[in-house]
Ligand binder design. Sequence first.
Ligand SMILES: Cc1cc2nc3c(=O)[nH]c(=O)nc-3n(C[C@H](O)[C@H](O)[C@H](O)COP(=O)(O)O)c2cc1C
Length: 380
Amino acid sequence: MKNALYSDNRVKLGVMAFNCSHGSTVTNVDEAWAMTWEDNMALARMADGAGLEALLPVGRWKGYGGQSNFNHRTFETLTWAAAVAAVTSYSTIFATVHAPVIHPVAAAKMAATIDHVSAGRFALNLVAGWYQDEFDMFGISLAPHDERYEYAAEWLTLVKRLWAEEAEFDFEGTYFQGKGLWSQPKPLQSPRPPIMNAGSSETGHAFSARHADMNFAMLRQKDEDSDRGQIAHLKAMAADLGRASQCWIHVYVVCRETEQEARDYLRRYVVEQGDDAAVANMIRIFGAQSATLSDDVLEAFKFHFKAGFGGYPLVGTPEQIVEGILRLSDMGVDGMLISWVDYLSECRQWIEQVLPLMEQAGLRQPFSAAGQVGGDVART
Ligand SMILES: Cc1cc2nc3c(=O)[nH]c(=O)nc-3n(C[C@H](O)[C@H](O)[C@H](O)COP(=O)(O)O)c2cc1C
C-alpha cells in the first residue's frame, strides 16, 4: 500500500500551519485562526475524511511580534503529529523538525513511534532553520547559511541509518559522534518514511535533490515561465542524481462566489487589517538569514507574506481556483499545501465546491478510504 503522498492524483492536497496561531495569515482580523486542540482535531478529521493527502505543521518556537504576535502560540510538531495520527486514518501526517534542535537519535525514535501510531502514515519535513530569535532560546547560533545544510545532511544520514540498520554501529561525523547507535522499533514504512525539505536557496534545493523525496518550494512568482523553470530545475537536479523528487508548494486560498467578493476579502485581511509590524520583523530576519529572495523581491513579497507566508495565491470563484490549479499542475507542481484565514469553514467549502471541480477536471479521483493506507514505496 502506498503512502498517500504517492497517490495517483495529479495534484495532491494538504492543509498546513494549523498548529500555529494565525496559521499562515499575518492579519489582525477577528476570524483569524485562534488555534485550539479541538479545532486542530476537527480540521484534521475533516481533511482526512475527504482524502486530502497531507497534514503539515509549521515548526515554530516564537512569534513575530506586531499586534497579532503572529505564530506566538504553536503546538510542537512531533507531539502534534502523534496525536493527529491517532485521530485520522488516511492522510500522511508530517512533523516539521529543526535539525539543530532535535538530536537525530531522539528524532529517529520519535518518527518511528509516530509511524506506528499512524499505521505507516508519517512523513518528515526537515528544515535547517533561519529564525535566529527562536534559536536564541536554545542558546544556538545558527551556522553560516550553507553549513546549515551540511549539518542537516549528516543529521539525515544518521536518522536514515538508525531507521534501516539492525546492528549497532558507531558514528564519527563532523557534527555527531556516538557509540553503539541503535533504534527499535523501525518505522513501519519500508524502506522509510518520506522526507520533505523546504530549502529555497540554491544550496537548499541541492540538499532537497540529494537527500529528500520532495521539495516544498517557494516560487518566486515573477511570471509563470520563471516558476516553471524553477520547478524544472529542482526536478532536474534530483534526476541528475538518479532520484525522483516531487515539487510541493504552499498556496493561500480565498474562494468566494464571485471574484469581486474574493478580491474584497483578500484586500480586507491583507491591506486593511494586515499586521505590518509582524511582517516587517519576519522579512527583516528572513532576508538576513535565508539566501532565497533578493531585497527588492522581498519587498514585493510583503503582500504574499501577509496573505499566506509567501505562498502562491489562489483567489476567486471555485472555477477560477481550479483553472489556477490546472496551470500549476502544468508547471510541474505535484502537491499543494493550503492555508486559509478561517480554516474550518473554508476547508469545508473547498471540500464541497472545489474538490468536485478538480475531479471533473481530471486532477483528482473521487476519494474512497478503503485500502489506501500505508507506505511502501522504494526510495533511496
Ligand atoms: C513552504 C515553506 C514552509 C516552510 N516551513 C518552515 C517551518 O515550518 N519552519 C522553519 O523554520 N522554516 C520553514 N521554512 C523555511 C525553509 O526551511 C528555509 O529555511 C527557507 O525557505 C529559506 O531557504 P534556505 O534555508 O535554503 O535559505 C519553510 C519554507 C517554505 C518555502
